[in-house]
Structures are given as structure tokens and as C-alpha cells.
Design a protein around this ligand. Sequence first.
Ligand code: 9WN
Length: 451
Amino acid sequence: MTDEGSKAAVADKRSALIQDAFAVLRGNDLGASTKPGPSLYPHQWSWDSAFIAIGLSYENADRALKELETLFAAQWSDGRVPHIVFNPKSSDYFPGPDRWDCSSLSKAAPSVPATSGIVQPPVHALALLRVWEIQSKNQSTLKSRFQQLFPKVMAWHRYLATARDPEKMGLITIYHPWESGMDNSPRWDEPLAKIVVGKVPPYERRDIKHVADPSERPTKSEYDRFLWLVECLKKAKYDDDEIYKHHPFLVKDAFASAIFVLASRALGTLAEQLDRPDAERKEIREWEERSRSGIMEHAWDRDHKLALDLEVNAGCSRIAVSTVAGLAPVLMPDLDKSILQIVAERLQGHDFAGNADSKYAVVPSTTPGTKGYHPRAYWRGPSWPVVDWLLWFGLKQNGCATNAEKLRAANLALLEQPNAHFGEYFETKTGTQLGSPNQSWTAAVLIDWLS
Ligand code: 9WN
């Protein structure tokens, strides 16, 4: 085949893949929101919907905004955005609305729709800005919808900067591994091991019925801990002050905090575009700056060359585990050049994308060989394309175009494999698709990468 011919063949293959990706999003469409996966995840999930909105915005701005509007319609009156908005037509996920019991325990929770009582990483402002930019030609028509969403996103950031950071360290405290979005990461093994599990009401797991190999999902003992933490949150009636007094799992999440920096920058840009008042812009700048300094001062570990989480209940000591979350500083815009160089080298090095055993130069969720590493288990080794998308975005915005492109190319090669099926995550050694196939956010980031 000539050079021209092979370029055309690649272009054809990619445009077919984009169409398949849109078909995944349509297949998971619940009308006004999108489920993350066809059967494993039947409701709306907070951070998934942000990525999904970006993907949708290439085809349908109205539907992309609807995705975020539906999520924010379920926002609590204290500003928190729940990690799950339950789809009343599905009962095939555990824990469901009855187990969370939010609206009867907390006045801040909406009674309809039913939601969970915890949060996920705050990528939403970044998504909103991306939709705004992707739809640059339609901004005047869409502006009023952005104006309506804006105060809600402000309230969400304010909740995180206050209720979730009472120490004003610039680092967001999470109450449950599910809040990190990296549920089963070895990042949480140490704090989870210290928890004395009380009486957990009986339960039946649904997740293990939907995956080919249940051993890739969290273990029974991990699930008991996850559910015990839910019971503790219920006992505190989801009240942040109460939770802070006694909760057995209080961790300053470095990755979520770096996302907060990135998202606050995006929110600030939107504030300008939408002519928001100066006082709001100032507040946003303060959030960004406080978290930026907090990460470098408290989480950045010079010896490990990684950002580490802090265990609040252990005097804010660092949890020294080598996972992808440690690369968090790259997500912060205008990162100091010397730190950027260190983090970019770490990212491309043998602990991460440069691992000699990997089939594609994608980033393992946990460094191979680390305590708690498992090549196929949930957040313990496999690679998540959506996480690589965030790292790619971080590299790009910090001017590391070549490294960013390497990461994008490796992910595209992974996702173009005939058996990739828009997998939720992938084994790095073999490139095997794991977890749920046709995962919405994988389709969404592929659309963004190829568009
Ligand atoms: C619990 C939906 C979600 C993602 C999380 C991922 C997984 C849920 C689960 O699926 O979490 O929230 O049941 O394991 O860890 O990041 O948002 O895709």
C-alpha cells in the first residue's frame, strides 16, 4: 500500500471507531443521563458523567449539557454532588438507595431523585469548560444554560474547599475509598486495615455477577469495610462536622485535590467568559492557589518523587504507596518547571508508562511490584484510559506536547485492538480488556482523543 493509501486506511479505521464510541454512549443513554456501563453500572455516576459530557459535546451540545444538568439537579443543598444518582428503573446495583437512606437521614439531600451520600473527584468544571470550547460556534445560544449551571458548580467547589478541608490545608478529605474514584487502590490499604468493622447489615453483592472474573473486583473483606464506612456515615447523618469527629476513614486525597486545582482554573476561565462578578473570580483563585500550595507543601514527597495521600487520623502522615495518583502534580496548570520535569520523567519511567513488561506504554494504576499490586485487580495494576486522559491533558497544558502525544498514541493503540471493546480497564502486560466492556467514559475520552 502507498503511504497515502495507508494513511487513508488509518483515517477510515479511526472514523469507524469514533462512530462505535458514539454508539456506546447511545447504548448507555438513560434519556437525561448516561450509565457508565451497560450492566455493571446502571445509574448515573458523578465523575463519569463529566467525561461523558465531553464526548457527547462533539455530537450533541444539548445532550452534553443535559448530562451535567441532570447530575446537578441532584446536588444536595450543602453543595455536595452525590457520587451516584439512582435510576429508579434499575435495582440491579448494590448498595442501592435504600441502603444509603440519604433523604431520611439528612435534610440536605434531595428526596427525588434518590442519591448516594458521598462524592467523587470534581472534574465537572473542566468538563463544562471543554463543552464550552468544543461548542465555540454555539456559545451565544448555549450561554444561558452555562449561566444556570455556573452557580451550582461554584457551590460544589465551595463545599469541597470548606466542609472537606476544615484544616484549610488545600487538600480535600475523603470519607470513603469510593470518593477517590480509585476504589480499591493500595493507597487505601493502610487506613482500611486499621478499621474495626462493626455489625454490617446483611447484603448481597451484584457487581461480581456482572464481570467475567469476580477476582478482579474487590474482595469480601474489602466490601465489608466499604459497607461499614457507609454505616458510619449514616450514623453521622452525613453531617460533615459529625463525620469529622469520629469517622474511621479520613484521608486527604492528593489526586482529587490536584483535580480540584485544574477544575478551579477551568471554573475561573468560565467565570470570565460568562462575566461573573469579581468576588466569585477572587474566591475561585483562592481555592486554586490554596490547593496548589497544599499539594506541594503537604503531599509532594521529594524522596518518592510522588504526591502522597495523608491520613488525617494518623496526624496527617503520608501514605507511601506508588500509584498513578502520585503523578497528580502534572494535573496542575502552570506547574513549576523543575517539578514538571520530575513528574514527567516519573510518568514515562519504568514505574509507570515505561514499564518494560507493558505491551503498550499506558500508565498502570499501581506500580508493578508495589505491595498490594495485582495485574488484573480493580485499581491495583490495570490501566484506565480515562485516567491517562487526565494525565495527557495535564502534560499538554503544561507544555509537554511530545510526552502527551506518546501517551495518547499508546492509548489509541490499546483501544484500537479488535478485542478492546471500550473496556473499563486493561491489563498492562497483555492489553487484555477487563471489567465492563462498552464503558461510557472510555468511549468519551476516545472521542476527544480522535476528534
Ligand atoms: C463505586 C462507575 C464507577 C467509577 C469509579 C469506579 C467504579 C463503583 C463500583 O465504577 O466504582 O462507585 O461499584 O466499583 O471505581 O471510579 O466512577 O464507572
